[in-house]
Design a protein around this ligand. Structure first.
Ligand SMILES: [Ca+2]
Ligand SMILES: [Ca+2]
Ligand SMILES: [Ca+2]
Ligand SMILES: [Ca+2]
Length: 325
């Protein structure tokens, strides 16, 4: 996630505005897509004084090179993409720093899920001193994800005839913070959630997984499973990252480590000799537990959409065939 500049951080702290710890994560720059019903955006280095000389006195207490605002509208929408790629993404947290919030409840951030349903609205507190900043942000920690946000800045956008005051509230944005965008959908073999498959190895002798993550280029190493297990690709918990998963032929058990929570799921489904064919057959965005049985040419699918509590089966293929997986 992005990092607030030190001057903004100290300005906020000087006003007693408490910021969440996630607002100061690493400095990885992630690509955002901005849209506005207005005419465009202005990233201003002169405190918007060329738009209206009056503004030079309004937004004067912090790093002026970072001031940002939609023009022709006080509304902007933010959608997320995987860094450097056009892959649609989601985040678990997002926040913004506003400058010169005078009117309570006018400035706000609306949060939407992936389907476009509004899940939360937070209004920015009015500034507490003359050059005050206000911060609004949310960070989810139970798997919820933010598909987009709408930022409403004050009740008027900066313009030549617009004077801040007497109920007219011009507000500009100083900075954003957000969690690392992850692909909105699972892509096969993608362990780090950037939408690109990662080379992965399962070493049976030590039951160790090695993943060469496409996002960072780093290798992650994890122990999961046992010698004799078959490693399985899939996103069983639906967070767009591959989970560590094995099928254990000796007792027909399936084990996966949910990448979202680090908790283990285990169930028995199948028997020795069955061929695992895990994929998303019920199209709920999560991988289903599934196998093909060579002895009778049947597919057996344990639906993720029922939290792996119901299955169906159907014949397809015959003895001697090789299921594609
Ligand atoms: Ca204002
Ligand atoms: Ca990847
Ligand atoms: Ca996952
Ligand atoms: Ca599924």
């Amino acid at each position: 996630m992005t990092t607030l500049s030190p001057d903004i951080q100290s300005a906020l702290e000087g006003q007693g505005i408490e910021l969440p710890s996630w607002a100061f994560g690493n400095s990885g720059t992630r690509f955002r897509v901005f849209t506005t019903p207005g005419t465009g955006f202005r990233n201003d280095s002169l405190k918007f004084a060329e738009v209206n000389a009056e503004y030079a006195n309004e937004f004067g207490t912090f790093s002026p090179t970072k001031i940002f605002s939609p023009i022709g509208s006080n509304v902007m929408d933010v959608q997320f993409q995987v860094a450097g790629q056009p892959t649609p993404a989601q985040v678990t947290g997002f926040g913004a720093v506003f400058s010169d919030v005078d009117v309570a409840d006018a400035t706000k951030i609306e949060f939407f899920d992936a389907s476009g349903t509004r899940i939360l609205v937070i209004a920015a507190p009015a500034r507490s001193d003359a050059g005050g900043l206000s911060f609004v942000g949310v960070s989810y920690n139970s798997g919820e994800r933010i598909g987009s946000v709408r930022i409403v800045s004050g009740n008027r956008s900066p313009d030549t005839g617009v004077i801040d005051g007497a109920g007219i509230d011009v507000v500009v944005l100083d900075d954003f913070v957000y969690g690392e965008p992850r692909a909105a959908e699972f892509h096969s073999g993608d362990a780090d959630g950037d939408g690109v498959a990662d080379p992965r190895i399962f070493r049976p002798g030590s039951a160790t997984w090695y993943s060469l993550n496409s996002g960072s280029g780093a290798v992650s190493i994890n122990g999961f499973g046992a010698n004799g297990d078959i490693p399985i690709d899939g996103d069983f918990d639906g967070d767009s990252r591959a989970d560590l998963c094995v099928f254990r032929p000796s007792n027909g058990s399936w084990w996966f480590l949910r990448s979202a929570t680090g908790t283990v799921f285990v169930t028995v489904f199948g028997q020795n000799g069955d061929q695992p064919v895990a994929a998303d057959y019920d199209k709920d965005g999560r991988t289903d537990i599934a196998f093909w049985r060579p002895s009778n040419g049947n597919y057996y699918i344990l639906r993720s959409s029922t939290d792996f509590t119901s299955y169906y089966a159907f014949p397809f293929g015959q003895a001697g065939d090789i299921p594609v997986k």
